[in-house]
Design a protein around this ligand. Structure first.
Ligand SMILES: [Zn+2]
Length: 280
C-alpha cells in the first residue's frame, strides 16, 4: 500500500534522526485524508500517518491518535464534517510522531491520555505535546455517556503500546502493534519481538470483532490471529537460522517472508539485528 509506505518512510526518518522532532519536517508529500465510517458515532481518518479513530458524543469528540502536526487542519476539517462537537480528548496508542504529532496543536484544547512509557519516550525523543494523563495498566475515557478503554498488555512495537477498545462497537484500535505485513520492532524505544505475540494474545481476550490497524484498511479479529501466528513462525525461522550458525547479516536475506505474504521494508531491515539478538 503506498499509504503504508509513506508512513513507514516517515517513521524511518524519525528513527534515523534519533527521534528528534526536527526529523518531522522531512516528510514525503502529504496525501489527502479520507473518512471511513464504522458506525454512526465511530469513524476513522485514513491517509498520511497513523489511522485516527473518531468517537463522537453529545459532549465532545475523542480521538485515538492524531497523525503529524501538519495534518491537524485537515483532521479538524474531517471531524467537522462528522460533528459540530469539539475534540475533548486524544488517546495515543504509542509515542511515534505519525501517531502523536498532532498533540502539539491539540494539547491546547484537549486532554491527552497515554501509557506512562509514551510520556517517557516523548520526553526522551524531545517530541512536543506529551500526554497530560498517563496510566500503567488501563484507563477509561468517559465523555458524553460513552467510554473507551485503553489497555497496556506489554511490550511489542515499542514499550508503550496501548490497545484501545470501543466496547459498544466491539472494535479495537491496535496502533502499530498490528499492521499488515512485516512488523517494525523499535528496539531503541523498548520494542520486543519475544514479548509482542504474548501482548497480542492478551489483547485477543478483549471482546471485539473489527480491528483498526496502525495503518491501512480495517481488518478483523481473524486477521489479527493469523498475523500473530505468522509472527511466531517468522521468529522461529530467525531462531532456527541462528542455531544453524547463520550470522546477523545473513539472516535477513534467508527468511521466507513470502510464506506470510510479507515483503521486507526499510524498517524491517532495521528490526532484524535486534530480533537476531533477542531470539534464542
Ligand atoms: Zn509506530
Amino acid at each position: 500500500m503506498p499509504r503504508t509506505t509513506v508512513s513507514i518512510r516517515a517513521c524511518v526518518a524519525i528513527i534515523a534522526a534519533g527521534g528528534l522532532w526536527l526529523a518531522m519536517t522531512q516528510q514525503p508529500p502529504q496525501q489527502p485524508l479520507t473518512v471511513e465510517k464504522l458506525a454512526d458515532d465511530l469513524h476513522i481518518i485514513v491517509g498520511s500517518g497513523g489511522n485516527v479513530a473518531v468517537l463522537t458524543t453529545d459532549d465532545g469528540v475523542v480521538l485515538v491518535d492524531d497523525k503529524f502536526n501538519r495534518n491537524v487542519p485537515e483532521i479538524l476539517e474531517k471531524v467537522k464534517s462528522i460533528t459540530a462537537q469539539p475534540i475533548r480528548s486524544v488517546v495515543n496508542t504509542h509515542h511515534h510522531g505519525d501517531h502523536t504529532g498532532g498533540n502539539e496543536t491539540l494539547i491546547r484544547s484537549a486532554g491527552i491520555v497515554a501509557h506512562d512509557n509514551v510520556y517517557t519516550n516523548m520526553m526522551n525523543n524531545k517530541q512536543p505535546g506529551p500526554p497530560h494523563v498517563t496510566f500503567s495498566d488501563k484507563a477509561s475515557v468517559r465523555i458524553g455517556g460513552k467510554e473507551i478503554r485503553a489497555h497496556y498488555f506489554g511490550r511489542g512495537h515499542t514499550n508503550g503500546d496501548s490497545v484501545i477498545l470501543f466496547p459498544n462497537h466491539r472494535v479495537v484500535h491496535m496502533g502499530d502493534l498490528f499492521v499488515s505485513g512485516v512488523p517494525f520492532i523499535d528496539y531503541a524505544n523498548g520494542g520486543s519481538a519475544m514479548a509482542w505475540t504474548d501482548t497480542i494474545q492478551k489483547a485477543l481476550q478483549l471482546d471485539f470483532e473489527r480491528v483498526i490497524p496502525g495503518h491501512g484498511p480495517i481488518l478483523t479479529r481473524k486477521d489479527l490471529i493469523q498475523w500473530n501466528e505468522s509472527f511466531k513462525k517468522m521468529r522461529q525461522q530467525v531462531s532456527d537460522l541462528k542455531r544453524q550458525g547463520k550470522s546477523k547479516d545473513e539472516v535477513g536475506g534467508l527468511l521466507k517472508l513470502e510464506e506470510f505474504g510479507w515483503k521486507p521494508s526499510p524498517l524491517w531491515g532495521r528490526s532484524v539485528p535486534g530480533l537476531y539478538d533477542e531470539v534464542r
